[in-house]
Write a protein that binds this ligand. Structure first.
Ligand code: MN
Length: 517
């Protein structure tokens, strides 16, 4: 517990030492700033472990990225022990009050970088942070464009975001949750949104870390949303340049004005300017601490922890999960009951009517588009075009993919069940299966006949003996809901519409999209 004894004071030293040569900003100025800003800043640091960046000789001297509290730290300075992956512990500082902040500044701490979670619950970030980092040839104005794009995507999901300048070259958007949401979900959410923004504006946005990709663009760094990552605190001074700038909260209106005028000079805040704004406008970041917002249900659907299988990347990059109710990639669950694996046949009225055949394998649904569907006649071959792996939850997807989205049209679950892999393997292009569905029962074989394209062609053949042909009713109705394609299309109930979200608390879309298993 922090001691608040007023009798113990901090002894300051070397107050006249210049820390930022371009403006003559001294260590004394640094300490005074942190004492003045403490009332607004401390709530954002309270009960959070922090990493500090110490520059004992100012910004032109050596910089230490310091995780462990110094050994000589006074006993009243609070710390928290966090186990390291390789054993041992890190004793992080927890800056609980103005005096602790001033003590750190006196020891040359210029920057404060807290975690997204509090020490009381390390699995739960209180907010998401999108770090917009301009590459070479891009600047803060470029970041503004990307911030507006992200704001729009978030707004479609019913989420309010709060911007602050990084105090360096970029901008950060915070999305408060203040709920029980866990890191794995928030990581998935942030990654998906960053990729979506990149897909919509490939000329402006990158979501991958490689510096080479960043030229003239803005990196949306989603990877900060992780239990091991810290982000610079609101109101922290940055030690990146020879004059001090503050990571200050800004209003959307200010950003719009700056973008309109093409001048971002007003978005650089000296410590004095940051304090003046604070006095005039209060803490613009206060809602980040209190506002409760829910992660969209689509990102909460999966129950397992971990990350989605890497082979779902193609699936993810083709879809806008703020527009379609198709399931977002999720970590694989454990084995299905009795070790049996699922298959599904979906009837899909996209630009052309076709059937999608999917097999649970390696934590994903291996998928084929079968233009004519599975044959029941012995030896009848049907072409099956291999498409991208789909998440397991897709086996339960029935509904309408909005027009204009990838695969836009109506999807019906024609049949589903479990299957037994009799022999063969997917990588070698040969699978012998025994399906136990409600409609399709028996043995089918799959052979890959063309590998050179991005969508290898296979043949699916009825083997062993003929199967009972589907009745007219079986052919035209969902095994899941008994509905016809027309009824599903009319219900349009898996379309994720932002309008519907605002007017209805529990859109039917949600239930339709997450139903089954
Ligand atoms: Mn399809």
């Amino acid at each position: 517990m922090p001691s608040r004894s007023p009798t113990r004071s901090v002894a300051f030293s070397n107050l006249t030492k210049v820390f930022f040569p371009a403006s003559g900003f001294t260590k004394g100025d640094l300490i005074r700033y942190y004492l003045d800003v403490a009332e607004a800043m401390i709530p954002h640091l309270r009960n959070r472990a922090v990493t500090v960046i110490r520059m004992p000789d100012g910004v032109t001297g050596e910089k230490f990225y310091e995780k462990n509290a110094p050994r000589h730290a006074p006993p009243w300075l609070e710390t928290t022990a966090v186990a390291k992956q390789d054993g041992g512990v890190t004793r992080y500082l927890v800056v609980q009050d103005a005096r602790s902040l001033a003590w750190c500044a006196n020891h040359g701490a210029v920057e404060f970088h807290p975690f997204l979670h509090r020490v009381t619950n390390r699995d739960r970030p209180t907010h998401a942070a999108f770090d917009l980092d301009p590459g070479e040839g891009a600047d803060l104005l470029t970041c503004l464009e990307v911030a507006f794009i992200l704001r729009e995507i978030l707004a479609r999901l019913g989420l309010e975001s709060y911007p602050k300048v990084s105090g360096s070259k970029g901008l950060q958007l915070y999305v408060p949750f203040n709920s029980t949401v866990r890191y794995d979900r928030v990581t998935l959410f942030a990654h998906t949104l960053a990729e979506l923004a990149e897909r919509q504006h490939p000329d402006l946005v990158v979501s991958r870390m490689s510096k080479a990709l960043r030229r003239g663009k803005v990196l949306i760094d989603w990877s900060q949303n992780h239990a091991s990552k810290t982000t610079v605190s609101v109101y922290s001074i940055r030690g990146k340049r020879e004059e001090p700038f503050v990571s200050a909260p800004v209003g959307w209106l200010e950003l719009e004005r700056a973008a309109k005028s093409g001048n971002s000079d007003g978005l650089f805040f000296s410590p004095a300017k940051a304090l003046r704004r604070l006095a005039q406008r209060g803490d613009l970041f206060a809602p980040v601490l209190t506002r409760k917002q829910k992660l969209p249900a689509i990102f909460l659907a999966a129950t397992a922890t971990g990350t989605p299988p890497a082979s779902l990347r193609a699936y993810r990059t083709k879809r806008d999960f703020t527009r379609t109710a198709e399931p977002a990639p999720a970590p694989a669950r454990g084995k299905t009951s009795r070790g049996r694996r699922r298959f599904v046949v979906q009837k899909h009225q996209a630009s052309h009517l076709h059937y999608d055949f999917r097999l649970e394998l390696d934590g994903v649904l291996k998928s084929w588009a079968v233009p004519k569907g599975l044959s029941t006649g012995l030896g009848t071959r049907r072409a099956a075009i291999q498409v991208e792996d789909h998440p397991l939850a897709y086996a339960g997807f029935e509904g309408t993919i909005p027009r204009g989205q990838y695969g836009g049209g109506t999807v019906m679950v024609l049949d589903h069940g479990t299957y037994e892999l009799l022999s063969g393997d997917h990588a070698n292009g040969h699978l012998k299966l025994r399906l136990a569905g409600k409609k399709f029962v028996g043995e089918w074989h799959l052979f890959r006949i063309k590998t050179e394209t991005r969508s290898p062609t296979w043949l699916i053949v009825k083997a062993q003996k003929p199967a009972r042909p589907l009745t007219r009713k079986q052919e035209t109705t969902s095994v899941l809901t008994g509905r016809t394609m027309e009824q599903i299309a009319a219900a349009a109930d898996a379309v994720w519409r932002s309008k519907a979200r605002r007017t209805r608390k529990k859109p039917r879309a949600r239930r339709a999209a997450t139903r089954t298993r």
